[in-house]
Design a protein around this ligand. Structure first.
Ligand SMILES: [Zn+2]
Ligand SMILES: [Zn+2]
Length: 149
């Protein structure tokens, strides 16, 4: 079984155990999230799947994504005024974001647990999570920029 099939199967199992009905649309949206790994917006997902589900609206996609988020399968990423991007939750990872085209790429780095411990220690807070994003120019945009010079 391919990695993405295993992920899809366990995601569907999670939905079943939380009592969420698995409709063909939900199945397709999950599959798309797992396969693309591109952190799509609801609109991207809608455009990719509208040929399969002519009656589906962007609002339906949003509603399904909210269901997935509540089941802990999907993480919603918000960046300023831009539309939310959705990320299938696998392992903990960080994001690097292209400032020109908005592409988001995953990278792994040993969790910054020490930062959480230090923050808790110096502030007395109970720490739940942290958020770190790295910004730059992706290789594609960098290449385009050099060609223009
Ligand atoms: Zn880029
Ligand atoms: Zn990600």
């Amino acid at each position: 079984m391919a990695m993405s099939d295993t992920q899809l199967k366990s995601a569907l199992d999670t939905l079943k155990t939380t009592g969420v009905r698995i409709t063909p649309q939900r199945h397709a949206i999950l599959e798309y999230l797992i396969e693309t790994m591109s952190h799509p917006t609801a609109d991207d997902i809608y455009k990719a799947l509208e040929h399969k589900f002519p009656n589906m609206s962007v609002a339906t996609v949003y509603n399904n994504l909210r269901v997935f988020r509540e089941s802990g399968l999907v993480r919603e990423l918000t960046y300023g005024d831009n539309a939310s991007r959705f990320d299938f939750v696998t392992t903990k990872h960080y994001h690097i974001i292209c400032e020109l085209c908005g592409k988001i790429v995953d990278f792994h780095y040993p969790g910054l647990d020490e930062v959480e411990h230090l923050a808790a220690h110096v502030t007395g807070f109970k720490v739940n999570s942290h958020r770190l994003e790295v910004y730059g120019t992706c290789p594609d945009c960098e290449e385009k920029a050099t060609k223009l010079q």
